[in-house]
Design a binder for this molecule. Structure first.
Ligand SMILES: Cc1cc2nc3c(=O)[nH]c(=O)nc-3n(C[C@H](O)[C@H](O)[C@H](O)COP(=O)(O)OP(=O)(O)OC[C@H]3O[C@@H](n4cnc5c(N)ncnc54)[C@H](O)[C@@H]3O)c2cc1C
Length: 373
């Protein structure tokens, strides 16, 4: 398939070249402007993976990855705000709750932009956000440490864990309201422009119709674990832009490395999990004795291969952005210089979606220790 000719890829490239890339350094310093959000909404790119019968494009993963690379390579902050939207869309597409019919169309057509507040689920059995039934709906209490797009997006998909160990995801309007208070937008080493806040939930009440997903925690975690093993397409997008700042001779060997790692990362992303995948770490499989040693080894190898490629991709990103700074000389240190912006965005990508498992594997790779220690 020639991805470059796909209509959505063409549209992404036009948005990137006409608006996002030329404005990226200004946006990095001043924040993502409402005009960028309007342009993204109009572009049709918010429905890239959404089902066609709800106004989306329903493209295969390869096209969605290409679009993500282009947007991330053009303007990290705008890419990051819009990337939050795709989890709510996919959650609704698989949902059997009434929220599907109310929200999937507007989200797929880009009439509404959604953020997400769910990374805190990963610290389970700690429950930074607790959910309890109240007055026919659900009451949310606790703290969301990270919420991106505050003041830019219209709705948020908020997640917490119930007393019976269910992960519950529900939509709320993305604005202050009784039971929901936001911090000031955080000043960060990168992507301050994406308006990330923390949220205090103190009895936020959402009606039953707001629920998009309710599932045992372990079932949600099994799917989430797969997603966090893969390399984000943004890593490749930022790497490509950094390489575009180098002369041909310097860039050529790095481009060859990029092509190999990227191809492998996407092959791995397209493979389904091994037979009998439950999402449980191999150590837990061995401890419980419920699965065989052979199954535990298969899971170990499957996970390890993905995390190794992810670490390689980040290493190449670091090399490419460092080379761009070196090539730029002293001028690269200006806050308006592209090379240092890309290097800072590369730092952010190191921790985006990081889990205890991916952090340990990445640190092993950085220290040069063998993958299986
Ligand atoms: C600028 C920025 C914006 C972000 N925006 C969003 C957003 O809009 N929405 C969103 O949902 N997330 C967002 N995140 C969160 C992000 O996706 C990652 O989940 C986060 O960076 C992981 O790091 P952490 O510091 O929050 O977690 P850490 O506290 O460092 O934890 C890392 C991992 O360790 C494990 N862990 C931690 N504590 C425990 C515990 N007590 N018990 C068991 N395991 C534990 C979990 O696997 C966890 O994922 C954002 C992050 C950043 C930096």
């Amino acid at each position: 398939m020639d991805l470059t000719a796909h209509p959505l890829v063409v549209r992404a490239r036009r948005l990137a070249e006409d608006l996002l890339a030329p404005e990226a350094e200004r946006v990095d310093q001043e924040g993502v402007p409402p005009g960028h959000i309007e342009a993204v909404k109009r572009s049709g790119l918010l429905g890239v993976t959404a089902p066609a019968d709800h106004g989306g494009a329903g493209v295969p993963p390869a096209v969605a990855r290409e679009v993500a690379e282009i947007l991330a390579g053009a303007c990290g902050a705008t890419w990051f705000v819009q990337t939050q939207h795709h989890t709510p869309v996919q959650t609704l597409a698989r949902s059997e709750h009434p929220a599907r019919e109310r929200l999937l169309g507007p989200l797929s057509r880009g009439e509404l932009l959604s953020g997400v507040a769910y990374a805190q689920l990963r610290s389970y059995p700690r429950r930074p956000v607790r959910v309890r039934p109240e007055r026919g709906g659900w009451r949310f209490d606790g703290t969301v440490p990270w919420y991106t797009g505050w003041g830019l997006n219209d709705v948020m998909l908020l997640a917490g864990v119930t007393d019976s160990g269910e992960a519950l995801f529900a939509f709320a309007e993305a604005r202050e309201q009784p039971g929901l208070r936001a911090s000031e937008p955080m000043r960060l080493a990168a992507l301050t422009a994406a308006r990330t806040v923390s949220l205090e939930l103190d009895g936020l009440w959402l009606p039953a119709e707001a629920v998009a997903l309710r599932t045992p925690y372990d079932r949600w975690a099994a799917g989430d674990r797969v997603r966090t093993l893969h390399t984000s397409p943004a890593v490749f997008g930022v790497t490509q832009t950094a390489l575009s700042l180098l002369d041909t001779g310097t860039a050529a060997p790095l481009r060859a490395r990029l092509a190999g790692i990227r191809r492998r990362a996407y092959e791995l992303a397209d493979e389904p999990p091994p037979k009998g995948w439950t999402g449980r770490p191999a150590t837990a499989m061995r401890a419980s004795g419920a699965e065989s040693e052979a199954e535990a080894r298969t899971v170990d190898a499957w996970v390890g291969e993905r995390l190794a490629v992810r670490a390689d991709a980040h290493e190449l990103l670091r090399t490419a952005t460092t080379a761009a700074v070196v090539a730029g000389g002293g001028r690269a240190m200006a806050v308006t210089a592209r090379a240092q912006r890309l290097a800072r965005e590369g730092l952010f990508l190191l921790v985006q979606g990081q889990t205890a498992e991916s952090r340990a594997a990445h640190l092993r790779a950085l220290s040069g220790a063998p993958a299986d220690t």
